[in-house]
Design a protein around this ligand. Structure first.
Ligand code: MSP
Length: 514
């Protein structure tokens, strides 16, 4: 059986879920649903990153002890993803005891193997990023992400011998050209590896920070938040048992935003090498979303919340927009005008109207009762079936390449054909002066169209899960009776009755209410 292990980054609990994190969740959820439906053994992991300076500061600011604070925010994250219908299999918190223990176990192992050493260090530290910067990485002396000057810090710390694994990682990238995708990000990591990467400072003295995982061989220190958090991808599987680890580890596909490429593309694989573990299969890197052309920020007040979007336009429409409007790996812009444009054109007009028209005719002409297909398909019928079979085939390739926009394009191209099929076969014209043959033909045409809807319910399900459920319900089928494996024309039993139409996506005439 084929397997896939999908992971999202663990979100810092100092901010709420927003468009950026929702995008990663929606992509990974779509893939998890797709692969599950196709019979793959799937494990889908998300969670929260709870240690470190940033979280500590925010909890102190709120006047709440950090554990209590993270309990609260982590639960809120989970609740929001649940309300968004995200089907993760496990939610990990870096404060979970099994994770803490596993991080300490791994630190001990790497320390015993001689890949962790103690040294004095002075360097430029950005508190926003929680990492040291080299002069070269700074832009005009400032952190490129936070636009603040890093602070010079001098202290004794533990270091991970990352440099030891530099050549091996470069070789791995050469031998596995799609290890990091898309290619532009792979090239960025290759460029990083062409310069000396140095060793990684992996501890923080408790005199400066106590909110972290204690270094098992020196209680005066806690673990650097990235060294702790990255290990979640393995600790979660270990928690599920050795069998889960054996099954899913080599199949790991990490999904991240481009700002955290270095920890995932350089720190993490070298850490795995030091721990004697095989490397993950793919690191999939997506771009950044802007909002109406601007960087999303609290101060600008333009942060898009997934739950607000759910309420305004529906979760499926939000998912559709994010997946259809962006190209994986590239930056994208969120515009209300484009959202409504796509909603009206693709969802209300194309998909919604098709469903309504078919069910309305089925109701009007046959009281909802599905009619039989004749022994031979008419000339118009075969291409309709073939088009959907082709879309399904294309979908397979596009999902493997993370080209969600193309997958949806293929499906919508089949939808266009289905709309044209109705125009060409013109059941309404045939029904103007019906006779026995015409009536039989209209029954057949509508049967084909109900097959279109049944196929759509299946193919759309990973992208628009609620719509797929509603569609199935309108067809009076359940997940089981929709028989995913039944051939075209072999699902509806004699006398099966479908329901009257319902507007799945009512047209939006004006801006949605704020
Ligand atoms: N805690 C670390 C990840 C540790 S993984 C072991 C972290 N957390 S984060 O909450 O700051 O960011 C989580 C994710 O959100 C990152 O992948 C980041 O790229 C993504 N995004 C934040 N803003 C974004 C956009 N505007 N657009 C797209 N993704 C963005 O980093």
């Amino acid at each position: 059986m084929e397997r896939i292990y999908l992971t999202t980054p663990l979100y810092y609990v100092n901010a709420e879920p927003h468009l950026g994190s929702a995008y990663t969740m929606i992509i990974t959820d779509t893939l998890a649903r797709y692969y599950r439906a196709n019979g793959w053994e799937t494990f889908y992991l998300t969670g929260t990153d709870e240690h470190g300076d940033k979280v500590f500061e925010v909890s102190a600011g709120a006047g709440i002890p950090p554990k209590e604070f993270t309990d609260r925010i982590s639960a809120a994250f989970r609740d929001i993803w649940d309300k968004c219908g995200i089907t993760y299999d496990h939610f990990i918190r870096t404060t979970d005891m099994y994770h803490v223990r596993y991080v300490q176990e791994l630190l001990t192992k790497v320390y015993d193997a001689g890949d962790i050493y103690f040294d004095r260090y002075s360097g430029l530290y950005c508190f926003g990023c929680e990492r040291f910067y080299t002069e070269k990485e700074l832009v005009g002396g400032k952190c490129p992400d936070h636009l603040t000057e890093p602070k010079l810090i001098e202290e004794d710390n533990y270091f991970f011998r990352m440099s030891k694994y530099q050549d091996r990682l470069l070789r791995h990238l050469k031998e596995h050209p799609d290890f990091i995708r898309p290619e532009g990000f792979r090239n960025e990591v290759v460029a990083m590896l062409r310069e000396p990467i140095g060793d990684l400072c992996i501890s923080r003295p408790k005199s400066r920070l106590t909110w972290g995982i204690e270094i098992p061989f020196d209680r005066r220190y806690v673990t650097y938040v990235w060294f702790d958090a990255l290990i979640n991808y393995v600790s979660a599987l270990k928690y599920k048992g050795e069998a889960a680890f054996e099954k899913f580890w080599p199949e790991a596909q990490h999904f991240i935003g481009k700002d955290i490429l270095k920890p995932h593309g350089v720190f993490w694989p070298t850490m795995l090498m030091a721990a004697g573990l095989p490397l993950y299969k793919h690191l999939n890197v997506h771009g950044f979303w802007t909002v109406e052309g601007q960087k999303m920020s609290k101060s600008l007040g333009n942060v898009i919340s997934p739950l607000v979007m759910k309420e305004k336009i529906g979760m499926d429409a939000f998912r559709y927009f994010l997946l259809r409007e962006s190209v994986f790996g590239q930056d994208a812009d969120f515009r209300e005008e484009s959202l409504i444009g796509r909603y009206n054109a693709d969802l209300a007009n194309n998909l919604g109207n098709l469903v309504s028209r078919v069910l309305a005719m089925q109701q009007k002409y046959f009281d909802g009762v599905v009619q039989p297909l004749g022994p031979k398909w008419a000339i118009d019928d075969r291409p309709l079936y073939s088009k959907f079979a082709q879309a399904e085939e294309e979908l397979k390739g596009y999902m493997a390449e993370l080209q969600f926009h193309r997958a949806l394009e293929s499906l919508w191209s089949a939808l266009d054909d289905a709309n044209r099929y109705i125009v060409r076969t013109a059941p309404f014209t045939l029904m103007k002066y019906p006779d026995k043959d015409k009536l039989f033909r209209v029954g057949e045409v509508l049967h084909h169209m109900l097959e279109v809807l049944r196929t759509l319910a299946r193919l759309l399900a990973p992208f628009l899960p609620d719509t797929a459920d509603q569609l199935r319900d309108l067809l009076n089928l359940t997940a089981a009776t929709a028989k995913p494996d039944a051939a075209w024309g072999a699902c509806f039993t004699p006398g099966h009755t479908v329901k009257p139409p319902k507007a799945l996506f009512p047209r939006i005439e004006t801006e949605p209410k704020k």
